[in-house]
Design a binder for this molecule. Sequence first.
Ligand code: HAM
Length: 420
Amino acid sequence: MSDIIRNIKGTKDILPDEAIIWQYVESKIHIFFKQYGYSEIRTPAFENTSLFKRSIGADTDIVSKEMYSWTDQGGNNITLKPEVTASVIRTYIQNSLGKINPINKFYYIDSLFRRERPQKGRYRQFHQFGVESIGSQYPEQDAEVIALAYNFYHYLGLKNIILKINSIGSKETRGIYKKKLHDYLLPYKKDLTEISQKRLDKNPLRILDTKVNFEIDIINNAPNIVDCLNDDDKIHFDNVLNFLNKMNIKYSIDNKLVRGLDYYSRTVFEIQCEQLGAQDALCGGGRYDNLIENLGGKSTPAIGFAAGIERLILALDIKKYIIENSPDVYIVSVGENAIQFSIKIANMLRVNKNFIVITDTLRRGLKSQMKEANKLNSKYAIIIGDNEIKNNKATIKNMSDGNQETVIFDNIESYFNTIK
Ligand code: HAM
């Protein structure tokens, strides 16, 4: 036998037992996010590479190291989406959605690609749900988006979550901070990694994302962005915190939190879950008041977050979420004639009664079909063999109490009317 072909490193198959949990989580996202007035939006799997360079930023880890990009047969530079925000803003601008509504609130569930080092909770193809609210500059909008994320985890029963929040100020504030940070890091330049040396002049903020230990030591004593906030930034941040207090949302202010994407301004936040270990960030987001203008749209404030679905599922107590999926009826059919009846009855019960009906397609014997009906936890078994065909009746067995009745083929549907 030739070698089998395996999935690509960093990708993951979702087999049926786990898919039930995904369906559960996804159905809750649809219900919960609509409660806050958000509508679903879907964007293509790939975009022009320039979209991500201009939004996430060319110096970020995502754009400089992790994107799946290629030139297609027509010479276009294309990238598999590493995140959703840029695509949502692209379509918002392209379709002039701001002219139709002064405020646009979207949610999404999507599949993303980043060539990171795979480990538990970190994949090369992963999934996010998230929201983008486009149009409001006010702190109550920040509070709504943060509450949505925070309350969703509570709604799913997740405990031990930690909300970390910070303000990285307006564009002007960050301009002042960049200079301060640059001046602080300059004496260490020769000690920095090659990539950090490059970032120092262009975008020193991105050095704060470093995972290299000796750089982390240097950064620990770096100036803090909060010390550069102007009065408007401070008022905005205080108001966001006040609104969170009013909703009893617990947070901790983390002045080191800057997020690894270039488009943020003012409020940034992350929700972490202690039990996840190294990859403990369940979700992250923030305001991005300059992004729409940077991508060629009319200056419009916005805020959003995105959350990893794989990490959420790792954090959930999976056994609790095994959803009742057992069949209503298993049709045990023995012999060619019985199969004819089985097909017809199964179709009738599925179409007319919306039952989950399983039929045997391996032509197994009575015993092994009954064993399968038990294994699947079927509520009823309808047994059709030569005897049943001769009498024009099926045997219906209630699998929980073992009671059996014979029912004329034509009366099977009405039989279930009385018991279900
Ligand atoms: P992000 O922090 O890059 O932000 O990703 C958000 C979340 O996606 C992370 O907290 C994590 O749960 C999950 N995630 C990211 N990378 C991976 C991976 N390789 N494997 C598994 N899960 C992963 C964004 O993507 C921004 N677009 C968030 C945002 C929306 N900001 C404003 N609006």
